[in-house]
Every structure is written in structure tokens, then in C-alpha cells.
Design a protein around this ligand. Structure first.
Ligand SMILES: CC(C)(COP(=O)(O)OP(=O)(O)OC[C@H]1O[C@@H](n2cnc3c(N)ncnc32)[C@H](O)[C@@H]1OP(=O)(O)O)[C@@H](O)C(=O)NCCC(=O)NCCS
Length: 160
């Protein structure tokens, strides 16, 4: 595990875009552009909102981030966590390693409320987060539409 650099953005984008057609991980419906991901990367102040990558054989096989839950300043202690693992590395402990790395950084990032915002049918990520103590803090029933199917959002939270 290490902090991401601007040179990792292409790999981060490729892993993210790989997840979109599966309709289980993200509410984005079409692939993101490199420009949009670069802007996302540059909007992160790594002292409080780091992006990390998991490296295997010199390649990025997964990434994770803390992102502002809301832009308004009073939300600073609360951050959204995201974790994406490349298909080639699935189910080999990479997601667990990224989660562990980010949780270890939370206190120094002055984050004490961590939110995981997942589709309610995203069983792999719900299991992963619950295994580290996340509990359900919210539910947005049928908040999204994916290919004509309404899908709910489960908000999991963890206090540090
Ligand atoms: C969720 C995700 C990050 C898990 O990463 P991973 O590296 O495959 O997971 P790990 O090998 O570290 O497994 C950790 C735990 O996650 C759960 N899990 C992972 N894949 C699973 C699957 N296909 N089915 C059920 N549980 C699964 C299990 O509890 C697993 O523990 P176990 O192996 O002891 O049973 C990965 O599937 C992914 O990138 N999904 C798409 C993006 C996404 O949905 N991110 C979450 C929203 S931010």
C-alpha cells in the first residue's frame, strides 16, 4: 500500500470504469474521462483526504480514498470511503488491505466518522465494511435507477 500519485490516475480510472457496467458499485452509468478523474485527484488534500493504491508486481490492483461527504466545512470530521479492486485481483485480500490502510490513517486525517455509501445489493462491499465494524446508519429506498431497475442505497458508518 502507498499513497497515490498523479501517475496512478490512469490505472485508478481504468479500475473504476471496469466496475461501471456491472451496476453494483457506482451510480455512474457511463465511463468517466481521464480529465474528470484527474480533477478528482487534484481536489484531494492528502493531509485529510488521501487516496491510496495497492501495488502488486509493480501494477496498481486497487485503490481507496477518503472524500468529502459534503463540501460544507462543518462536515470535516465525516468522510466517505471508497474502495475499488481490479477484476484480476478480486477476492485475494486486496480490498481488505485497502480498508485497513485507510482506517489506520483516519485519526491523523482528523476523520472520526467514516461513511460507506453502497448499493443495497452490493453484498461484497457490505460484507467487507461490516467485517471491520461498520453498521447501518441510513437507507435511501429506491434512490437510484439502473437500467430501468430501482435500487436502494445503504449508508454504513464507523466511529473512530
Ligand atoms: C468490494 C470489493 C472492494 C472487495 O474487494 P476484494 O479485494 O475482492 O475483497 P477481499 O478479497 O479483500 O475480501 C474481503 C471480504 O469482502 C467480502 N467479499 C469480497 N468479495 C466478495 C464476493 N464476491 N461475495 C461476497 N463477499 C465478498 C468478503 O466478506 C471478504 O472476506 P472473506 O474472503 O474472508 O469472505 C471489490 O469487490 C470491488 O472492487 N467491488 C467494486 C467496487 C465497490 O463496490 N466498492 C465498494 C463501494 S465504495
Amino acid at each position: 500500500m502507498r499513497l497515490a500519485t498523479i501517475d496512478d490516475v490512469r490505472a485508478i480510472l481504468d479500475i473504476y470504469n471496469e466496475s461501471i457496467p456491472k451496476r453494483i458499485a457506482t451510480a455512474d452509468l457511463v465511463p468517466q474521462s481521464l480529465a474528470a478523474r484527474t480533477q478528482w485527484f487534484q481536489s484531494h488534500d492528502f493531509t485529510t483526504r488521501p487516496i491510496v493504491v495497492a501495488i502488486r508486481d509493480d501494477a496498481v490492483v486497487g485503490w481507496g480514498s477518503f472524500t468529502n461527504f459534503k463540501e460544507r466545512s462543518a462536515y470535516a470530521p465525516s468522510a466517505e470511503i471508497s474502495i475499488y479492486v481490479a477484476d484480476v485481483a478480486a477476492r485475494q485480500g486486496v480490498g481488505r488491505a485497502i480498508l485497513g490502510d485507510l482506517l489506520a490513517r483516519a485519526v491523523s486525517c482528523r476523520i472520526d466518522r467514516i461513511l460507506a455509501i453502497c448499493f443495497s445489493h452490493n453484498e461484497p462491499s457490505l460484507k467487507l465494511f461490516r467485517s471491520r465494524g461498520f453498521e447501518q446508519w441510513g437507507l435511501l429506498p429506491d434512490a437510484c435507477e439502473l437500467d430501468g431497475i430501482r435500487r436502494s442505497i445503504t449508508i454504513l458508518g464507523l466511529k473512530r
